[in-house]
Ligand binder design. Structure first.
Ligand code: PEP
Length: 252
């Protein structure tokens, strides 16, 4: 059965000291308060990952990065490879976040290369997809997201696809305080699972975790996480406060 995952995307926030405090608060609260069938993941800035790895080593909380290079190694100044991430104990990597698509020009074909690089190195990609507001207003969200998934993921074998986590994040809901309604989220998640079924069959589709992202917080998490095809959340703003992040995970 598919995993329930609550992943925090810290984005470009927190100094090392602040990040360590946040992580240790999450570790302590999770130990006391959470059921062990919910996988927590902290996706921190690259420079913090090495320090956080040792803090999380004895916990059930996994470590994630927010990006990786599409290249294996070499003269790519400023880049970080999937091999490097794996070598310091990172397990997950967010790929294709809308901010990377919008501000850093990441395309579906570039993301296909990054997904390959992550999988080749044993990282679990959290692949983000989602439509902008103008597409939603024309009811084009299904076709838009289907194309993102097809172009970045459908070259994978069924076995490799089995290691991919999808995060449906409507761009109009990210960091805006606006959340998709439970019906809107369920509709999109069901459409994504149907698309996966058509490509890889029911077993793979039923085992794929599809997370919702977009202003999820303690006050709306229960309703969203109760949807049949919502298997967790990718949390931005609310992951920067340990109490909110753990409360979201407790909503299951
Ligand atoms: C995100 O950036 O992945 C996200 C979901 O952000 P927020 O929760 O702040 O909307």
């Amino acid at each position: 059965m598919r995993k329930k995952i609550i992943a925090g995307n810290w984005k470009m926030n927190k100094t090392l000291e602040e990040g360590k405090i946040l992580a240790s608060e999450v570790v302590n609260m999770a130990k006391d308060e959470l059921r062990d069938d919910v996988q927590l993941v902290l996706c921190a800035p690259f420079v913090h990952l090495g320090s956080l790895q040792s803090m999380l080593a004895d916990s059930t909380i996994a470590l994630g990065a927010q990006n990786c290079s599409n290249h294996a190694s070499g003269a790519y100044t400023g880049e970080t490879s999937a091999t490097m991430l794996k070598s310091i104990g990172v397990d997950y990597v967010i790929l294709g976040h809308s901010e990377r698509r919008e501000y850093f020009g990441e395309t579906d074909s570039l993301l296909a290369e990054k997904v390959d690089m992550a999988l080749e190195n044993g990282l679990l990609p959290i692949f983000c997809c989602g439509e902008p507001l103008d597409v939603r207003e024309k009811d084009g969200q299904r076709a838009y997201v289907q194309q993102q998934i097809e172009e970045s993921l459908f070259h994978l074998s069924a076995e490799d696809f089995g290691n991919v986590i999808i995060a449906y994040e409507p761009i109009w809901a990210i960091g805006t305080g606006k959340t998709a309604s439970a019906d809107q989220a369920q509709e999109m998640h069901a459409a994504i699972r149907k698309q996966i079924t058509e490509q890889y069959g029911e077993e793979v589709a039923n085992n794929t975790s599809i997370l919702y992202g977009g202003s999820m917080k303690p006050g709306n998490a229960e309703e969203l996480l109760a949807c049949l095809d919502v298997d967790g959340g990718l949390i931005g703003g609310a992951s920067l406060k340990s109490r909110d992040f753990v409360d979201i995970a407790k909503s299951y």
